[in-house]
Design a protein around this ligand. Structure first.
Ligand SMILES: N[C@@H](CCC(=O)N[C@@H](CS)C(=O)NCC(=O)O)C(=O)O
Length: 232
């Protein structure tokens, strides 16, 4: 049976799963998931038609939902090799950053018509693009813990803690691990990685950039760029 990764190609959660799979050379095919409309077929494919679903999801002999679960299943011995306590600590901070980052990027997209036109799937006609994206973001507001108040401060707090946990080292642990992947991907919400890794349209990219924090944490961003070059 083909191993299929259901993904939103630009989503940092999907990128975490792809990076882990690619790191250990898993042979898999990528399938783009269409939020909302794609949910029911994917829930059925996982065998849990009534359960809330998010991507990434792997469908193979068994289905696995969630970026970390996928990484643990396929790359457990290579990416979770030591100091689980620190991996959990770093992963929790990265996840907190990503939840707040989702809110900020969605709010920015909602106030930028050009970004909404870019963000809609290609098959959506011009006249409907803004409406479709607004609809999608409203579903995100209902589905996730969506709290705009204080989101930027939450991200700054996470960045401070992560920078101090990294302590200027090349990797969070003694060697490259899931902790590095989790942080690199979370930083997508502060300063998106170069096009060659994840292609974003220009206005959409602007909405994912937090210039003040990107400049305040430029060393962490530079570390992310080096980590992509070394391990991606
Ligand atoms: N805890 C999950 C979170 C994944 C997640 O938030 N996925 C979002 C990416 S934006 C998603 O599936 N959005 C589309 C939807 O909810 O329909 C993981 O780590 O995989």
């Amino acid at each position: 049976m083909t191993t299929t990764l259901y993904q939103i190609y630009y989503s940092p959660w999907s990128e975490k799963a792809r990076w882990a799979l690619d790191f250990v050379n898993v042979d898999y095919k990528r399938k783009n998931y269409l939020p909302f409309w794609g949910a029911l077929p994917l829930r059925v494919a996982t065998g849990k038609p009534f359960k809330k679903i998010t991507v990434p999801v792997i469908i193979a002999e068994e289905s696995i939902v969630g970026s970390r679960a996928i990484a643990e299943h396929y790359a457990g011995d290579r990416l979770f090799h030591t100091n689980m306590e620190k991996i959990d600590q770093v992963d929790a901070l990265a996840n907190k950053l990503m939840e707040a980052g989702r809110v900020i990027s969605c709010e920015k997209v909602l106030s930028n018509e050009a970004a909404m036109r870019e963000a809609a799937p290609n098959f959506v006609p011009k006249s409907m693009r803004v409406k479709v994206v607004k609809f999608g973001i409203n579903r995100i507001k209902e589905k996730y813990d969506y709290q705009p108040a204080g989101a930027e401060q939450t991200i700054e707090g996470c960045l401070q803690e992560l920078e101090s946990l990294r302590g200027g080292q090349t990797t969070f642990l003694d060697a490259f691990s899931y902790a590095d992947i989790a942080v690199c991907c979370a930083l997508q919400f502060v300063s998106p990685v170069a096009h060659k890794w994840i292609r974003l349209k220009p206005e959409f990219r602007t909405c994912w950039t937090m210039p003040t924090l990107a400049s305040k944490f430029e060393r962490l961003i530079a570390w992310r760029d080096e980590t992509y070059e070394r391990y991606r």
